[in-house]
Each structure stands twice: as C-alpha cells, then as structure tokens.
Design a protein around this ligand. Structure first.
Ligand code: SF4
Length: 428
C-alpha cells in the first residue's frame, strides 16, 4: 500500500536481486524484466513488482530515512527480552536457537494460560524481530464473486446458503476496482471469489493480463481449485501469487467439512502451485469441531512442510446460516497461541494476521502482530459488494477504506513496523 519503501538493487544473481533498504539487505525474485545494479524497485512478498526512476525513488527514500530508523528503534524496544521466567522459557529459548521443538513442547505452548501467555507472545515477537526485523507487508483483497459451487460446512457463502445476496462483478467492474485499489497505494492485491465456474479459465487469464499490462503489482489468485494447467496460464499471464488453504490436516475432518472433496487433491494442488513458481499462502482453520491440539500441531507442521511463502490461518467464526452455527468461537488467546507457536516452529516465516482474527477483539490486529505476525490484509472490495461476501459474521464494516488504511498505518507506526519487503525466505 501507500506504506511502501523502494529498495536499491545492490546485486543480481540469475533471477534474484538483493535490495538495500537503508543498510538492510533483502532478496526478491524477478519473473520478468531485466534489472541492473543501482536500479530502484518495489518488491512485494519476495517478488519484484515494479521499477522506479532514480528521480522518483530518491525523494521517497529521503522522506522515509529518518522514520525508518525510528521505526526500527521502536520495534527493538517493544521486542525487548522479558525479565520474567516461567516453565515455557526454556522452550522459547530453544526456538530462538533454531532448535526443533518436540511435540510435547508444542503441546505445552498451546496449553499456556495466565501470565505465561504474555511471556509466550513476547518470545514469539522477539523471534520475529530477530529473524525478519521490522518489515511488515500489507496486501489488499478484492472479492469479485460470492458464488461458490461448494458447500463447506463452515462457510457463509456456501452454495447451500439461500439467504445471501449473490453477486458477480464483471470484468469492467473488477478492473475499475483494481484501479481504485492501486490508486490507494496497494502494491499487492488478492483477487478472491468462491469457487465460481461462471468465470472460465480464459476469462480469468484475460483479466490477469489486462491488470498486469496496466499495473506493476503482485497479483494473488484466491479462486479455489482449478486445473494445474489453468494456474500455469494465470502465472504466465502475470499473477505470481496464489492463496489456497488446505483448511485441516485431518483427512476425516476435511471430508466432513468439505463434502465431496479430498484433502490430498488440495495438497497436491498446493504443491503444483509451488512447483509452477507461485508465491503461495496457505494454512488452516482454528476451531473446527473435533479439532484437537494435536490436529492443530499437525496443521502447523503440514504448512511448514509445504514451504509456503506465507502462513494464512485464522479462527473459524461460526456463521448463523451454516450447519456449524452453534459451535463455539475460538478465543482470541487460542488464536494468538497458534500464531506464537507457528513463529516458534518456523522462525523465519511470514505470518498473516487475518481479518477473521480481527473480528475477535478491537485490538486483535495489534495483538496478532505482537504475537509473531508480520503481514496484514485490507479489504478493498467496493462497499456495494463487500457486505455480501459474508464468510463469517462481523467481517464487513461500514468504515470507509481510507479510514481503515489510516488506522492500519498508525498501528504499524506505533509498533515500529516498516513497509520494507519481507523478501524471499524460502529456498527457491
Ligand atoms: S470455503 Fe471456499 S470452497 Fe468452501 S464454500 Fe466457502 S468459498 Fe466455497
């Protein structure tokens, strides 16, 4: 978003550039175009998305320089070591040394209560700071259709929900909404829909081409299951990101929650996306009925084993028009514990603080960022549609997007988080 700092290319190796952010080096991949040492670029999610002229870059860097070091100092203060010790202190120390935690240690982390919780969140936040510094990415998300052919038990836009106003944006409407999102400063945008076959592969590919001809942004597709061939064409058209959660690592639970679907097909598709070259965000739901702490640990470990570029997981907020309407909403602490454990298990990961988590409490976004999270998404769907993309209660707000952006920037400033790219952390 408008909260973005360009990096200066200081070295190039095959398809990877190393960028300098005021003395801090980060790597990013470039899929197309050519770059030279000395170029100024914007990167998002570890992908170079656009080049700037020196004339444009220098004033932006001058504007940021003083603030960049102030943000780092603030993050360092907020990440300081706690003096307080508890039974989980040795586990946090082992994670800080990149040691692999045992399952019993992970269970202990998920069972933390009371004053030890603060110690856990502080530890996870410190690991985030030590591994990835204060970089924090903010992506936009544009929901272009709430039709879905599936009937997942946990989802408000499931095909079986007759009490929802359905909408599909046409190509012109989507392009206008993308233009608007870019004009607000977003440099990474997720195009999301239910699994909606109304949009043929060809329509989506043409849409991606039109967007990428006009905008130097990282475009994520979040459109559910399509063929590998379709995804390859979307990648070639210029969509370099894909968001596809596997929802649960438990086969039986998966088949119960997603009737007619097999978990293995989902996992294989996620692997295909990574093989194609996509920046992949994936993860799971917290609070599925029957999900045990062991399942949650398996969810985190499965996500890690897939080597995604970003973890995307959040609490299941029960929707009144679904078969899961009466289940209990996970507590904010349980959701934060999952973020903190993920940070301990995969210290260099990018962890999204999801909008579902934000519905649990007015300060959930801040707490997620202070428990190990380092990425955010802001909904840029036009207000005429966003209330109908009713995945779970409390998702939409009447707040104007400009106000959400302003509040988010203020929050990131207050936490000392900088809009430098998080860079590539996985081996590619
Ligand atoms: S979770 Fe996804 S695939 Fe399932 S019903 Fe909702 S939008 Fe459709």
């Amino acid at each position: 978003m408008c909260y973005a700092i360009p990096g200066k290319v200081i070295s190039i190796d095959s398809k990877t550039v190393t960028m300098d952010y005021f003395g801090e080096a980060r790597k990013a991949i470039f899929v197309t175009g050519s770059y030279e040492v000395g170029d100024y670029v914007y990167a998002q999610g570890g992908i170079v998305v656009s080049k700037l002229s020196e004339e444009d870059a220098i004033p932006i860097l001058k504007m940021w320089e003083k603030q960049f070091f102030e943000l780092k100092a603030r993050d360092a203060i907020l990440s300081e070591q706690s003096k307080f010790e508890s039974p989980i202190s040795p586990i946090i120390k082992r994670a800080e040394k990149d040691e692999t935690l045992s399952r019993n240690e992970m269970l202990a982390i998920l069972s933390v209560e009371g004053k030890d919780l603060e110690l856990l969140f502080q530890g996870a936040n410190r690991i985030r700071k030590n591994k990835l510094d204060n970089a924090c990415c903010v992506h936009g998300i544009l929901e272009f259709s709430n039709y879905c052919q599936n009937n997942c038990l946990y989802c408000g836009i499931r095909s079986g929900n007759a009490n929802i106003k359905r909408y599909r944006m046409n190509e012109t409407q989507i392009l206008e909404a993308v233009d608007h999102s870019v004009s607000l400063g977003f440099k990474a945008l997720v195009l999301q829909s239910g699994e909606d076959p109304f949009y043929s592969d060809e329509m989506l590919i043409a849409l991606v081409k039109k967007i990428r001809e006009k905008h130097g942004i990282l475009l994520f597709m979040s459109i559910g299951e399509r063929s590998k061939d379709c995804y390859k064409k979307l990648f070639d058209a210029g969509a370099y990101g894909a968001l596809l959660r596997f929802e649960t690592s438990n086969d039986l639970l998966y088949e119960k929650m997603r009737p007619g679907r097999k978990r293995i097909d989902r996992i294989n598709l996620i692997r295909d996306l990574i093989e194609i070259g996509f920046i992949v965000a994936t993860g799971f739901l917290i609070g599925l009925p029957g999900q045990s702490k062991d399942d949650l640990i398996n969810d985190i470990l499965l996500t890690k084993s897939l080597k995604p570029d970003m973890y995307s997981f959040g609490p299941l907020i029960p929707h009144p028009e679904t078969p899961l309407s009466s289940i209990q909403t996970p507590s904010l602490d349980d959701a934060l514990k999952a973020i903190a454990l993920t940070r301990l298990v995969d210290p260099e990961s990018k962890i999204l603080v999801t909008s579902a988590l934000e519905t649990l409490s007015p300060d959930a976004k801040k707490k997620g960022l202070m428990a190990g999270g380092n990425s955010l998404m802001i909904n840029t769907t036009p207000k005429a549609y966003s209330t109908s993309y009713d995945l779970y209660p409390g998702k939409s707000t009447e707040r104007p997007i400009t106000e959400t952006i302003k509040n988010t920037i203020e929050l990131l400033y207050s936490l000392g988080r900088a809009p430098t790219d998080l860079g590539v952390t996985n081996d590619r």
